[in-house]
Design a protein around this ligand. Structure first.
Ligand code: GUN
Length: 284
């Protein structure tokens, strides 16, 4: 059993981003990320704080817009519009979920694709689909870095993704496919899920249910990546994988916390750097 250390890999990615940000700064170019949060979802609050902290670490400016839960869709769209034309803002991130009276897709569609550092805009999703993209889908890209860390080639491997969300499951499958994995996407209607997952050389769990993946569901020696971020009955942060039960059987496994979470933020920093380079005409 090998534990993949997401904190270590994310520190390396952030150090690379920081070095590039410093050389841009020397040319008079500063980099800014706007983070918008609506309402007071406690998990969202933690994520937004972590994103701001990461900006400070790599030398970016961050601009937080914390709006009350009653904010109307029109008010939010007006803010997005303002940020789209603000030269100090290279990236715009609207933290999800949004309150139910706001149409999430209307907001995502309003973000300028050149500032869409989440890569959620349909134009950027299309770029990911055809494999020609500037912005990485943050969480799936972070997972790919963690898989690379194991030294195991994706090419030809059986890869199973549990979950089909637009944020993780679907783009995750695309990135594995771009690396020539043989990819299966499973979901709540999949019949006999354990028979599918136990064939996987690489298993990515993005279900949203604590301890969902148990040892009987994994292949001996598999790479097991846990995207889950759940609270158990005691309020403790835990993933979708029963870590204690699976750690001896898996070849490589990511912990929660300290696995995928830090990688998502590191990839967001990389995307914001990419956006700044594009906006300043210094894309290499
Ligand atoms: N909520 C959960 N994950 C994410 C993410 O990656 N980006 C945004 N904007 N909201 C999220």
């Amino acid at each position: 059993m090998n534990i993949i250390d997401g904190k270590k890999v994310s520190a390396r990615v952030k150090a690379e981003v920081k070095a590039e940000a410093e050389s841009l700064k020397a040319k008079g170019i500063s980099i800014g990320l706007a983070v918008v949060i609506v309402g007071d979802n406690p998990a969202s609050r933690v994520y937004v704080n972590n994103k701001k902290k990461a900006c400070a670490e790599v030398g970016f400016d961050s601009f937080e817009y914390a709006l009350p839960a009653e904010t109307t869709q029109d008010e939010l769209l007006a803010l997005v519009d303002k940020l789209n034309s603000d030269a100090k803002v290279d990236g715009i991130l609207v933290q999800l979920p949004l309150p139910s009276h706001i149409d999430k897709n209307a907001v995502i569609n309003a973000i300028s694709p050149e500032k869409d550092v989440d890569a959620f805009h349909p134009q950027n999703v299309g770029h990911i689909m055809i494999g020609d993209y500037a912005f990485l889908p943050c969480t799936p890209a972070g997972v790919m870095e963690l898989i690379a860390e194991t030294g195991i080639e994706v090419s030809g491997k059986k890869c199973v993704v549990i979950g089909r969300s637009n944020i993780v499951g679907k783009p995750m499958a695309m990135l594995l496919l771009h690396k020539n994995g043989t990819v299966t996407i499973t979901h709540s209607r999949t019949r006999d899920l354990p028979s599918v997952t136990s064939e996987a050389d690489i298993l990515v769990a993005a279900v949203g249910k604590a301890g969902f993946v148990t040892a009987d569901m994994i292949k001996p020696g598999a790479v097991v990546i846990d995207v889950g971020m759940n609270r158990n009955a005691e309020g403790k942060l835990c993933g979708d994988v029963d870590f204690e039960g699976c750690k001896e059987k898996a070849g490589y496994i990511t912990p929660v916390p300290g696995g995928v979470g830090p990688m998502t933020i590191a990839m967001l920093m990389r995307n914001t750097l990419t956006a700044a380079k594009m906006h300043n005409g210094c894309q290499d």
